[in-house]
Design a protein around this ligand. Structure first.
Ligand code: ADP
Length: 446
């Protein structure tokens, strides 16, 4: 916009103004007639601006939607193929492209007639110069050379003005993009501490925590304490807020009200960088970059040496399968880790966390059923990871957390019971019924 449109626009406006001023000295009457049509064309530029804002905003919206649908289609391609929904049968993508096509045509076509009309008005200035100038010539009000000069220069008054109208249309469209960028730039930054606060302890506490997504309370007056260097498990039905709690500890979002403390101080008093460097997160849905295994593990610690990476991989039970690959640690894995099995991806993500060696571990246990060998490896890797750490684990299989120091049972964003495994079983509450159900499921056979 700045390099191409703005200079051209000003060039296109300045030249006619200078010409009209110049022509005034030769014959002010004819120059006035030449300038007469310009104010009539101006309201049209406001009309195009208004239209552009209306249609352009919609156009930008459908462009973004089409891009999102496209990404969704590519990401879900396996499922789409499996259900034979490819190509035009995937209605969501098809519709977003149709919308994009329609609006792309409208964004060009609707301002078109207005620009043509205003161009016609501007061009009529030339007709006026010819006719009025000729009659003035006959009445000897203007000399022949001056009349010819008006005819020649008249073209250079109206053509740049017509171009400026088109530039204006384009600038108005681009302005919408500028507004979107501005909106993003004006998003308030996450408030954080000055950087003086140091971590003295790693116990975590939620005090009267309330948090909602889109005005729906998900965490509802939560009061929990997660002691340092202990294993705390979060259990509860799906949607009870377990994942949200771990994300809140890492300040992915801030609470609506209440406080989260680490080491007795609000997490907002620490710098975000320092907070995150003290937390290692093992997500359930592991994401691996389209890069070497070496670089994928190194995410845990940017300046790690090869030895550190190998020992983290060994501790996470990855070393053997990495060594079996042709290029070992330099093997490039596909985007999202598509060339590795689920269990292998999990172990790489645990290796990252081991390498990071953070005092707080947030662990989302894999729900996908793993083969017994992988499950054993992952369990060993996790045991290595959580030694002497403050661990919060979201447990889906209750038999993996029987030894936890504290089990917090959640339902609809608040604590319904907590304690040790045996203790909770004897209470015969929600934990007991979940346990019983899982034991029954274990007995299922085909
Ligand atoms: P859990 O881990 O116990 O299954 P979550 O913390 O993932 O529960 O989700 C709690 C509730 O919040 C659910 O009802 C879920 O639909 C909703 N939720 C989770 N993430 C989001 C999000 N990013 N936007 C809106 N709602 C969400």
């Amino acid at each position: 916009m700045v390099t191409h449109l703005v200079p051209q626009f000003f060039g296109a406006v300045t030249m006619p103004l200078v010409l009209i001023c110049g022509l005034f000295f030769f014959n002010w009457k004819l120059a006035l007639i030449a300038a007469l049509v310009i104010p009539f064309a101006l309201p049209f530029s406001r009309l195009t601006k208004w239209l552009m804002k209306k249609i352009g905003t919609k156009h930008l919206k459908v462009k973004v939607t089409a891009a999102s649908r496209m990404i969704e289609y590519i990401q879900g391609i396996k499922l789409i193929k499996a259900f034979n929904l490819g190509g035009t049968k995937f209605e969501r993508l098809e519709k977003s492209f149709r919308d994009l096509k329609d609006l792309s045509i409208r964004v060009e076509a609707v301002p078109g007639p207005i620009i043509i009309l205003s161009s016609a008005i501007l061009n009529s200035g030339m007709v006026l110069i010819i006719l009025v100038g000729f009659s003035m010539l006959l009445n000897l009000e203007v000399s022949l050379p001056v009349y010819v000069m008006f005819l020649v220069l008249g073209v250079h008054i109206y053509q740049p003005l017509m171009h400026s109208l088109m530039f204006m249309g384009e600038m108005n469209y681009m302005q919408l993009g500028v507004e979107r960028v501005e909106q993003l730039r004006n998003t308030p930054l996450l408030s954080e501490g000055e950087g003086n606060e140091k971590f003295e302890d790693y116990n975590i506490e939620f005090r009267n925590a309330i948090f909602s997504y889109n005005n729906t309370h998900v965490i509802d007056g939560l009061n929990i304490t997660i002691p340092a260097k202990k294993l705390t498990a979060l259990v509860g039905p799906s949607g009870s807020g377990k994942t949200t709690i771990t994300r809140l500890i890492a300040r992915f979002w801030d609470l609506d009200s209440g406080e989260i403390m680490i080491g007795g101080k609000s997490i907002k008093s620490y710098q975000v960088d320092s907070l995150l460097s003290n937390i290692a997160i093992v997500f359930q849905d592991v994401y691996l970059f389209n890069d070497t295994i070496y670089n994928n593990i190194r995410i845990g610690k940017e300046n790690a040496t090869m030895d550190e990476i190998v020992s983290a991989a060994k501790a996470a039970q990855c070393h053997d399968f990495i060594e079996a690959m042709t290029n070992k640690y330099d093997t490039v894995i596909g985007e999202g880790g598509s060339t590795l099995s689920g269990g292998e991806k999990q172990r790489i993500s645990i290796a990252r966390a081991i390498l990071k060696n953070a005092p707080i571990i947030l662990l989302d246990e894999a729900t996908a059923s793993l083969d017994p060998e992988n499950e054993l490896h992952i369990q060993q890797a996790i045991n290595d990871l959580i030694q002497n750490k403050t661990v919060v684990v979201i447990a889906h299989r209750l038999n993996t957390i029987r030894q936890a120091d504290n089990i917090i049972v959640l339902d609809k964003g608040h604590v319904v019971e907590q304690g040790k495994h045996e203790n909770l079983l004897s209470q015969k509450g929600l934990y007991y019924s979940m346990w019983e159900e899982q034991q029954r499921v274990k007995g299922w056979k085909f």
